[in-house]
Design a protein around this ligand. Structure first.
Ligand SMILES: NC(=O)c1ccc[n+]([C@@H]2O[C@H](COP(=O)([O-])OP(=O)(O)OC[C@H]3O[C@@H](n4cnc5c(N)ncnc54)[C@H](OP(=O)(O)O)[C@@H]3O)[C@@H](O)[C@H]2O)c1
Length: 340
């Protein structure tokens, strides 16, 4: 396992982050995973033994169950709190109350206290806003995030799933007021979804924000277990919960290429898909998901894969994004600024 600095901070995180969305299984989340305490503990032991020090959860995962199971596993396994980087999130609806959702000052403060209780911790290392709130002014959210860092309950603040222009606006507001800024981002990034290459990754590079790709296997699709003739396996989350949305025809073409590369490297197709994400410029730590120990070990093994220049070229040819405006105009006009 290798380690990277988290963007423009002194914090060190493993190149893989373990996602806990499969823990619990309450209601809507049942399709994703129903892992209970004993198996959570077994997975967490493999995680820490592999050198992964970075764990990702959210208040909404199984409506708090994921945080509870994670917190209990830290206790049960006697893990050192200071050897772990724990990230959780706020934004999603946590109850029926009108204010039990969003990025208001009211909900952020309540949500952080509730997450800390469920995690049995006294601080969160990274608090992500889990998505855009079109109703709360950005100034209110950013001032609150700054204040919550000042309480010591949260060490760093971070962002998921916001459009690039909103992230930049928020960073500018923080700069203006001397508030804590976002230090890292979490976005869907995989061979089946390279959209963030247009606006988000260039923003991350410009602002030195760390990038944590989520759903690097596109919800399991890039493991290759679905084929053009078989769109269900009988026990996969994509059987009933077809997320994130991808172009399946194009992804089958990608799978044809990466499964061949997997054979050459003697590893699974999933390991190739994960190695590709890990080897992309700007990626700090890939958030892996697993429903059992075999998947977890397979995904950890991806860190041993080094894709060659030829592998990367072949994969890029089949998975690259189509050119889009204004990107193609920027590329065209940038040529005359190259020194010959
Ligand atoms: N910020 C956000 O908005 C956001 C959104 C989504 C996720 N996340 C974070 O990212 C983490 C990872 O996301 P994800 O679970 O969608 O990741 P993913 O890697 O795209 O999908 C993981 C799922 O794929 C299947 N799988 C995993 N490894 C496999 C392997 N080696 N072979 C075959 N199948 C395999 C398993 O489901 P089945 O066995 O059921 O097929 C597993 O639950 C989450 O836990 C969460 O922490 C964040």
């Amino acid at each position: 396992m290798k380690y990277n600095f988290l963007g423009n901070t002194g914090l060190v995180v493993s190149e893989l982050c373990f996602g806990t969305m499969t823990f619990g299984g309450t209601g809507y989340w049942e399709a994703i995973g129903k892992i209970q305490q004993q198996e959570v503990n077994e997975l967490m032991q493999v995680v820490v033994d592999s050198g992964i020090n970075f764990i990702d959860t959210a208040n909404v995962y199984s409506f708090g169950e994921s945080e509870k199971l994670l917190g209990q596993s830290i206790k049960d396994l006697g893990l050192q709190r200071n050897d772990l980087v724990i990230a959780t999130k706020v934004r999603g609806r946590m109850g029926e109350g009108k204010n039990n959702v969003g990025l208001s000052r009211y909900h952020i403060f309540n949500s952080v206290d509730e997450s800390l209780q469920r995690l049995q911790l006294d601080h969160i290392d990274i608090l992500y806003v889990h998505g855009f709130d079109p109703k709360t002014p950005i100034e209110e959210t950013m001032r609150t995030l700054n204040d919550i860092v000042l309480t010591g309950k949260v060490r760093y603040i971070a962002i998921c799933n916001w459009p690039a222009w909103v992230v930049m606006k928020a960073q500018g507001i923080c700069q203006l007021h001397g508030w804590n800024k976002f230090v890292c981002m979490q976005y869907f990034y995989s061979l089946a979804g390279r959209d963030i290459e247009r606006e988000i990754l260039p923003l991350a590079a410009d602002q030195n924000l760390a990038m944590m790709p989520w759903s690097p296997l596109a919800g399991g699709f890039l493991s290759g277990k679905f084929t053009r003739d078989k769109d269900k396996t009988g026990n996969s989350r994509r059987d009933n919960f077809d997320f994130p949305p991808i172009n399946k025809d194009k992804t089958f073409d990608i799978l044809d290429v990466i499964s061949e590369i997997g054979k050459q490297h003697n590893v699974s197709t999933a390991a190739i898909a994960l190695a590709w994400v890990r080897q992309q410029k700007g990626v700090t730590s890939t958030i892996i998901g697993a429903k059992n120990i075999d998947q977890l070990n397979d995904n950890i093994k991806s860190t041993e894969v080094a894709l060659t220049e030829d592998d990367l070229k072949n994969i890029d040819e089949v998975s690259a994004l189509p050119k889009e405006y204004p990107g193609w105009m920027v590329e065209r006009q940038s040529g005359d600024r190259e020194l010959k």
